[in-house]
Design a protein around this ligand. Structure first.
Ligand SMILES: Nc1ncnc2c1ncn2[C@@H]1O[C@H](COP(=O)(O)OP(=O)(O)OP(=O)(O)O)[C@@H](O)[C@H]1O
Ligand SMILES: [Mg+2]
Length: 238
């Protein structure tokens, strides 16, 4: 099973002789199709945890496993291949400025060696899925912030990721667009069985998760009383 498992993971930084325990003994599992929020204020260790999950940082202690494989045991090439199998959605969009929405959405597939025609057909399907087929020829500067984030979502999903790592994905969007974007992203994750680790300091964004984990000074506590936003009313009626 392609679950992400963090087991007693710790990571510290030393700056100017001072030790910062950015992540301090975190254990966490994200199952396929499950959305887990890392909810905490600035500096609580959210981005560091996502980097540990992506294998771009190595833990001082503990293990990070994906599909049962300890990331610390992967060769350089296998670690790169693991990262390519992930979908990244960040606060900043990192779209190529001079390139159309379609080419941006197809970028990952082109790098993966797909023919341009096949990559664009597949990317177009994802642009349709996020409601942007009429904007496919537009460059990012001609798109609204919400539309740009939808291109990022199309790009992430077009690569058929095994897991999505999202770092403050709605921080550049207003409340309504933030909600709409997360409703779209979480709906696709549930429908496709793709897990998502969602770092946020925004309670509105955390409400879209199936589970919310509070992060404070690198220490994680899972909330027992959370009702996901899109399922709350049904649960309440039941
Ligand atoms: N490269 C680094 N060198 C030294 N300290 C770092 C480094 N990266 C992060 N830190 C420190 O580790 C702690 C956790 O940082 P991290 O970026 O993971 O927090 P965050 O929850 O993502 O914050 P934000 O919401 O502001 O993005 C902070 O105290 C930060 O100052
Ligand atoms: Mg951060």
């Amino acid at each position: 099973m392609t679950a992400l498992e963090l087991d007693a993971v710790a990571k510290h930084y030393t700056t100017g002789g001072e030790i910062v325990r950015a992540v301090d003994g975190v254990s966490l599992t994200v199952l396929p199709g499950e959305i887990v929020a890392l909810y905490g204020p600035s500096g609580s260790g959210k981005t560091t945890l996502l980097e540990l999950a992506a294998g771009t940082q190595t833990p001082d202690r503990g293990t990070v496993r994906f599909g049962g494989v300890d990331l610390a045991t992967l060769s350089y090439a296998d670690a790169a291949s693991y990262r390519r199998s992930l979908g990244f959605v960040f606060q900043r969009f990192y779209l190529h400025p001079g390139t159309s929405a379609l080419d941006n959405a197809a970028m990952k597939l082109l790098f993966a060696g797909w023919t341009p025609r096949r990559a664009k057909l597949h990317a177009m399907e994802w642009l349709k899925r996020v409601g942007l087929e009429k904007r496919a020829r537009h460059t990012p500067s001609k798109l609204s912030m919400g539309e740009q984030q939808r291109v990022v979502i199309a790009r992430a999903l077009a690569g058929e990721p095994k897991l999505i790592l999202a770092d403050e994905p709605t921080a550049s969007l207003d409340t309504e667009r933030g909600r709409a974007t997360l409703a779209l992203l979480s709906g696709i994750c549930h429908e496709r069985g793709v897990g998502m680790l969602l770092a946020t300091h925004d309670p509105d964004a955390a409400a879209f998760a199936d589970r919310v984990c509070d992060l404070r000074d690198g220490v994680l506590t899972e909330r027992a009383d959370h009702l996901p936003a899109d399922r709350g009313p049904d649960v309440a009626r039941a």
